[in-house]
Design a protein around this ligand. Structure first.
Ligand code: ATP
Ligand code: MG
Length: 373
């Protein structure tokens, strides 16, 4: 699967833009603020039905205009599929596949798998555990609706249980039976989610290791672990913590406390690793996500690399390009402000690419090698 062409009308800073892409590597080069990330954002939007830069759709309409339209033509083996996303001020967003409006946006998710890496992802390392749970959940739930439902139900039950704990404290009473109605559901759902997350991380972790080793040329060891209180018996934990929960007036054990532990040479990545090492970690993690999705969907996800090369040394950038040039990976979109750096690396490898230089005008350079997909 690949994106053959993209059209933007009044999307963020673009009035009318039409681009045709290479099946392999596409680079957007230009100064700060010319709209490189906006193009990636539009591609992201066609996969996830929402912008990654600004979830408020209306703010993605070009200033002083009253609608935007994003149109993408995708090739799926022999078929061509057109996806469009349009928004007019005061109207509902319209999301279409081959001209037919989706009744539910969620039905579209998963059709065009995509993995993005951007500077915003540093939250995964620097942010709280919630950011890391969101990462796990968003990857699993794209293809596992049962997981998504269990998660939503878990959160509802958790809210109810917390409300009851609060009510007990306010009314200075306690009724174990009414609490255990929620406990039973929480335990079932919690164990289900825990099993899925464990399985996901067991699959992800070795792939992540492999990618980290390749990019860093085995310069340093890294660890990625899933930490959950549910590695002990959840039912017992709930029972043991009832007094504590009553005091705190919320549920202190469960999968809502899960986290991922990122380490470099056995030390916490956040506090000990350099910026380049943290970036390498993130890229290896996202490439592992790529493999996971590829395996489930049987489609090579589109890769978006937004400004990922800053802070990485030349060797690591070369390793990354070498890696994704392989036919294991599919179509890739890269943004960079530094053309020289990209030119040097791309010219070293025999790989098909298109380079879009973005200024007031857009100029294209293309390189095609025979016999390369
Ligand atoms: N709704 C909008 N209408 C018009 N312009 C917009 C809108 N939203 C954002 N922009 C413009 O888009 C530009 C930012 O684009 P973008 O983030 O894609 O830049 P970039 O090329 O990725 O830059 P950098 O190299 O700094 O990452 C800004 O100049 C901003 O004013
Ligand atoms: Mg940018």
């Amino acid at each position: 699967m690949n994106l053959k062409a993209l059209q933007l009308i009044n999307y963020r800073n673009f009035e009318d833009l039409e681009l045709k892409f290479s099946e392999k590597i596409n680079c957007f080069i230009g100064n700060n603020g010319v709209g490189k990330t906006n193009i990636l954002d539009a591609i992201y939007n066609l996969s996830f039905t929402k912008s990654w830069l600004n979830p408020l759709d209306i703010q993605n309409i070009r200033y002083y205009q009253d609608f935007f339209l994003i149109k993408g033509k995708y090739r799926f083996e022999e078929d061509e599929i057109e996806i469009s996303c349009g928004l007019k001020r005061g109207k509902k967003k319209s999301f279409k596949r081959n001209g037919k409006e989706y009744s539910k946006l969620a039905d579209h998710i998963g059709l065009i798998p995509l993995v993005s890496i951007s500077p915003y992802d540093s939250n995964l390392i620097l942010g709280g555990s919630e950011d890391r749970r969101k990462f796990i959940d968003s990857v699993i739930s794209q293809f596992d609706k049962e997981y998504l439902q269990a998660l939503m139900k878990y959160n509802r039950v958790l809210t109810q249980r917390n409300q009851l704990l609060k009510q007990f404290a306010e009314q200075r009473n306690f009724d174990k039976d009414s609490l255990s109605v929620w406990d039973m559901q929480l335990i079932d759902l919690g164990n289900f989610i825990y099993d899925k997350r464990s399985k996901f991380l067991n699959e992800l972790s070795p792939i992540f290791q492999k990618y980290y080793d390749f990019i860093s040329e085995k310069k340093e060891s890294v660890q990625l672990d899933y930490r959950s209180q549910l590695s002990s018996d959840y039912e017992e934990l709930i029972e043991q913590n009832i007094d504590r929960d009553r005091m705190l007036q919320y549920t202190s054990v469960g999968i809502h406390k899960d986290d991922l532990i990122f380490k470099l040479k056995e030390h916490a990545l956040k506090k000990n690793a350099s910026q380049g090492q943290q970036k390498t970690y993130l890229i290896a993690l996202k490439l592992a996500q790529f493999d996971y999705i590829k395996q489930i969907s049987n489609i090579k996800p589109i890769l978006l690399f937004d400004d990922i090369f800053d802070k990485l040394d030349r060797l690591r950038v070369e390793q990354i390009i070498k890696l994704v040039a392989d036919k294991h990976f599919g179509q890739i979109f890269i943004t960079d402000t530094n053309q020289e750096r990209l030119d040097k690396i791309l010219n070293k490898i025999e790989i098909n690419y298109k380079l879009f230089k973005i200024n007031d005008e857009i100029t294209e350079t293309e390189k095609q090698f025979d016999n390369i997909q």
